[in-house]
Design a protein around this ligand. Structure first.
Ligand SMILES: *[C@@H]1O[C@H](CO)[C@@H](O)[C@H](O)[C@H]1NC(C)=O
Ligand SMILES: *[C@@H]1O[C@H](CO)[C@@H](O)[C@H](O)[C@H]1NC(C)=O
Ligand SMILES: *[C@@H]1O[C@H](CO)[C@@H](O)[C@H](O)[C@H]1NC(C)=O
Ligand SMILES: *[C@@H]1O[C@H](CO)[C@@H](O)[C@H](O)[C@H]1NC(C)=O
Ligand SMILES: *[C@@H]1O[C@H](CO)[C@@H](O)[C@H](O)[C@H]1NC(C)=O
Ligand SMILES: *[C@@H]1O[C@H](CO)[C@@H](O)[C@H](O)[C@H]1NC(C)=O
Ligand SMILES: *[C@@H]1O[C@H](CO)[C@@H](O)[C@H](O)[C@H]1NC(C)=O
Ligand SMILES: *[C@@H]1O[C@H](CO)[C@@H](O)[C@H](O)[C@H]1NC(C)=O
Ligand SMILES: *[C@@H]1O[C@H](CO)[C@@H](O)[C@H](O)[C@H]1NC(C)=O
Length: 864
């Protein structure tokens, strides 16, 4: 509707029959009809239209030839009155007063045409020129009707706008006003932009236009141009200011980086957010971060943006004049690098048949890009089909197929890069096959509740999978590096293999090692141990090696009582053996069956050892050959004896010299009757009093502290260790011979000197001739030696029977309790044949009794 007048054609001045020269002088057309002579004397009428402009000149023609007489008259339109303007009756033109009201009228010489300068509007009307020709002869009368139209030029129009600041979308009108101007008038509306481009907005005959739906493009200068047949005039321009906006803002982010999440920026750089929203008047801007206002103004700059600045940024533009607003929100994500450097690891996958390479680098945003490189390329090519690749959060995992494709000690590298970091970083991981074979062993918990079968295969990368398969469903699923199968004590199966399998992703085949559980086997050096009374004897019991750990070995004594360390028994124990020492063996108390026993998770064993404590043989008989008081005081008795059959060496260790009170005679020196009576009451043999002589060589002894008034009898009993021999016949000491004392003493001294010389000579002789007379030599010098040999106390018969009672130590085969296989041939056996009894003073053997039970015993691994 706005400029629909545009299409209308301008109306221009219509061409008149008279063209005006630049000077306003008319060009005369020749009216051909007027030449004709009306034979009937009729008046000829001719009509012309002439256009003039106010204040300008116009020429009104009256025929082509000068008539003899003419009269110009004027009729005002709308009136009938006809008024003379000028006439010429042959005596020159006579201009009427009235002509002044029409303009400045003059007659053009040599013609009947009139020229009106400064044409007045009042001249508008019908001019009639009555022309008379040929009056003298036959007069011809012409009436020339000249219709003069007087036009007014358009005055300068002025533009009127209904609203110089219309709001976008509203409707307004423009009016082009004129004071003067002859119609029809054409109006043209022009729009001049800020840049000076002028366009026609509308044109037409209407002096007003409506502009509907005003928009910002209508802003600018407006003028209207009014045009009529005379002229064209342009109004002054008027500024039209369209009020609008704000539009939806445009946000420019620098540096510009857009992703599917919105804008992004790198941490620590400067980010500038520029907001622009078209508006008139200009917008006011407010910035919001996550719905809270942070800044006013078009440009919001964050220097050193941080990851916490991630979020939604909204720009609100306001038109304060219209009180309108618009808003735009963008999301800004701040990228930041992950911490440290990527970390690589290798894990088993698909039940340890494949390798999973894991590369992680947490913390950054967005997630860093991680790529496995290196030796991996080979494996990838080989098994491109089966390989899978999956992205784990903030990491990359790659699955590599198992087997010997990946050799030991392979390096895999992972390259990590992140948009915030200039340089990429890498990490590496190596795979290793465990260096050794799997190791299996068994142990028992301290409280003997559980049997543990342990299997380990350490040192792999990734860790190997280890699992147990045993008989009767006694199995245990896979664990890494090591696995312990826990069996309740006693539930383990004897003789059935427990197999541990170990699988490493780098190897196609699983490795294995095997444990077979067997009951313990006990061994002893000798099944029957004989010993002489009084010595210490050691009973040995040891476990045949290579079986499951057993409980502590226990000894039971001949009473069937569990043996503890006491003064009687000394128990030395380790995990492998228990030696029981019976101290000071006594024939009655200690002889009998001793039992040693143990058990492990799959069975028990025991072994009996018979201890035979023997008495020493009877010593030879001895005889007292002399018993004499050595003084009249009768308080000391000297005794001498001899051993019967002394040519037999040894056989005794000492003597018991005993005396017994026989009777008491009355006290010669006078004693009270009372005491005498009491003495007599005590008449009769008393207990033997014993003097122990531990010198086997002794042959004489002096008994002191005797009561002079008492009569004693003496006897000698040879002793062999604890075996007491037959007592000799008793002897009552003889009275001393007082008078013979000095002579006896003198003779004794002389005899002694003589005997000493003889003895020296005899000794020299014996030593020189000891080979010729060894018996004598032995008697004097070898006695000590023979006695010490006797102390070893080894009955000859036991030596002979020894082989029967000796348990085979290095022996083999049959498990089960107390199996004994006689074999005396091994060097081990022979070396242990002798010297079981040991003196109690002997130091205990090295070795810890209380070692923990969980010491490993069996290592029997089978690789496959
Ligand atoms: C319009 O015409 C009148 C009469 O002729 C004159 O007085 C007036 O000044 C003219 N107006 C303009 C703007 O020319
Ligand atoms: C003026 O506007 C017209 C039409 O809109 C366009 O074709 C022309 O290029 C513009 N001229 C200038 C100088 O802007
Ligand atoms: C302009 O709008 C007014 C009111 O709506 C109406 O009267 C007038 O005729 C319209 N003028 C033109 C030129 O359309
Ligand atoms: C304003 O003019 C521009 C270019 O001439 C044009 O692209 C835009 O659509 C116009 N706007 C309106 C509201 O007509
Ligand atoms: C802002 O909003 C974003 C997205 O909803 C959110 O991640 C961020 O934590 C928010 N920031 C604050 C300071 O609330
Ligand atoms: C894993 O491997 C072991 C031995 O090769 C097999 O017994 C077990 O069934 C496997 N498990 C799965 C889930 O494939
Ligand atoms: C694997 O390589 C490591 C390091 O070179 C080495 O210690 C290990 O013994 C190797 N294992 C095998 C099974 O070769
Ligand atoms: C030793 O004496 C006892 C008793 O006096 C006698 O029975 C025995 O035969 C004697 N022994 C020898 C070897 O004379
Ligand atoms: C205990 O007996 C074993 C043989 O069974 C022997 O090897 C070990 O040395 C003995 N220990 C001691 C302290 O005598």
């Amino acid at each position: 509707m706005v400029a629909k007048l545009l299409g209308l054609a301008f109306l221009y001045l219509t061409a008149s029959p008279f063209a005006f020269t630049a000077h306003g002088n008319p060009v005369y057309p020749v009216p051909t009809s007027s030449v004709k002579i009306n034979p009937n004397w009729e008046v000829v009428y001719q009509d012309t239209d002439v256009y003039g402009v106010v204040n300008k000149a116009v020429i009104l023609e009256c025929g082509t030839t000068v008539p003899d007489i003419y009269i110009w008259s004027f009729t005002k339109p709308g009136t009938d009155a006809i008024k003379a303007v000028v006439y010429n009756l042959g005596k020159g033109p006579r201009i009427q007063q009235f002509a002044e009201t029409l303009g400045k009228l003059t007659i053009i010489s040599n013609s009947a045409a009139v020229s009106i300068e400064k044409l007045l509007l009042a001249a508008h009307g019908l001019f009639t020129c009555q022309a008379f020709y040929n009056i003298d002869k036959e007069p011809i009368v012409y009436y020339y009707y000249v219709h003069l139209t007087v036009r007014v030029p358009v005055s300068k129009p002025y533009l009127l706008l209904s609203d110089v600041s219309p709001v976008e979308g509203s409707t307004m009108w423009m009016q082009c006003n004129l004071e003067n101007g002859t119609g029809p008038i054409q109006y043209v509306w022009q729009h001049e932009t800020r840049s000076g481009n002028i366009t026609v907005v509308a044109q037409g005959s209407s002096s007003a236009i409506n502009v509907t739906d005003i928009n910002r493009n209508h802003t600018g200068w407006y003028r209207c141009v009014a045009t009529n047949a005379v002229n064209s005039e342009s109004s002054n321009r008027l500024w039209l200011d369209t009020i609008f906006g704000p539009d939806i803002p445009r946000i420019d982010v620098t540096p510009y980086s857009i992703t599917e999440r919105g804008y992004s920026a790198l941490e620590r750089e400067t980010v500038s957010l520029m907001c622009q929203a078209q508006s008139n008047p200009a917008s006011q801007y407010v910035w919001f971060y996550n719905n809270s206002q942070v800044y006013s103004g078009p440009q919001f700059t964050i220097t050193k943006v941080l990851r916490m600045h991630t979020g939604d940024y909204a720009c609100l533009a306001q038109n304060t004049y219209l009180n309108t607003r618009s808003k735009k929100t963008i999301s800004l994500t701040v990228y930041y690098p992950p911490d440290g450097s990527p970390s690589c690891s290798v894990e088993p996958a698909l039940n340890h048949t494949a390798l999973k390479l894991l590369c992680t680098w947490p913390g950054g945003f967005p997630s860093p890009s991680l790529d496995w490189t290196g030796d991996l390329e080979n494996a990838r090519k080989i098994q491109a089909d089966t390989e899978q690749q999956s992205n784990v959060q903030s990491g990359t995992a790659i699955l590599l197929p198992s087997g010997n494709l990946t050799s030991n000690n392979t390096l895999f590298r992972c390259m990590g890069s992140h948009p915030t970091l200039k340089q990429s970083t890498e990490c590496g991981t190596r795979t290793y096959i465990p260096p050794a074979e799997p190791v299996c062993f068994a142990f028992v918990t301290n409280n003997q509740q559980y049997l543990m079968l342990s299997c380990s295969w350490d040192g792999g990368a990734p860790k190997a999978l280890v699992w147990w398969e045993g008989p009767g469903g006694q199995s245990k699923g896979g664990q890494e590096n090591s696995n312990i199968l826990v069996l309740r004590y006693g539930t383990a199966r004897s003789g059935k293999p427990y197999t541990c399998y170990a699988k490493h992703p780098l190897l196609m085949e699983a490795k294995s090692c095997r444990l077979t559980l067997e009951a313990p086997v006990l061994l002893t050096q000798r099944r029957v141990v004989s010993v002489y009374e009084g010595s210490d004897v050691q009973l040995t019991c040891n476990l045949r090696a290579n079986y499951l750990p057993a409980k502590e070995i226990t000894w039971f004594n001949n009473q069937g009582i569990d043996v503890r360390d006491t003064s009687k028994y000394m128990l030395l124990r380790t995990i492998g053996w228990a030696n029981l020492t019976v101290r000071d063996a006594d024939e009655m108390q200690d002889s009998g069956e001793y039992r040693c026993s143990t058990s492990n998770a799959v069975g028990g064993a025991e072994i009996n050892v018979t201890l035979v404590v023997k008495k020493h043989p009877m010593p030879p008989n001895a005889t007292l050959i002399r018993a004499t008081y050595n003084s009249p005081k009768r308080t000391e008795v000297e005794l001498e004896w001899q051993v019967d059959g002394v040519e037999e060496k040894g056989g005794w260790t000492g003597f018991h010299l005993e005396h017994q009170w026989v009777s008491e005679r009355p006290n010669r020196r006078g004693s009270s009757n009372e005491s005498q009576l009491r003495m007599e009451e005590r008449i009769g043999p008393q207990d033997w009093q014993c003097t122990i002589i531990q010198e086997p060589d002794a042959r004489s002894h002096t008994v002191r502290g005797l009561t002079p008034t008492v009569t004693y009898q003496f006897r000698i009993i040879p002793i062999n260790h604890r075996t007491i021999g037959h007592p000799s016949p008793t002897k009552t000491p003889a009275e001393p011979r007082h008078n013979m004392y000095p002579a006896v003493i003198g003779a004794a001294i002389g005899g002694m000197l003589f005997a000493a010389i003889l003895t020296v000579l005899l000794l020299i002789f014996i030593i020189r001739n000891r080979h010729n007379n060894p018996r004598l030599h032995d008697m004097l010098f070898g006695l000590q030696h023979s006695q010490s040999r006797e102390n070893i106390n080894f009955p000859e018969d036991e030596m002979v029977r020894g082989s029967e009672g000796i348990e085979d130590i290095g022996g083999s085969s049959s498990p089960g309790p107390a199996v004994s296989i006689p074999r005396a041939s091994s060097p081990l056996t022979t070396s242990h044949l002798s010297a079981t009894p040991t003196p109690s003073s002997q130091a205990p053997p090295p070795g810890e009794d209380n070692e923990p039970v969980s010491v490993t015993i069996t290592v029997k691994a089978t690789g496959s």
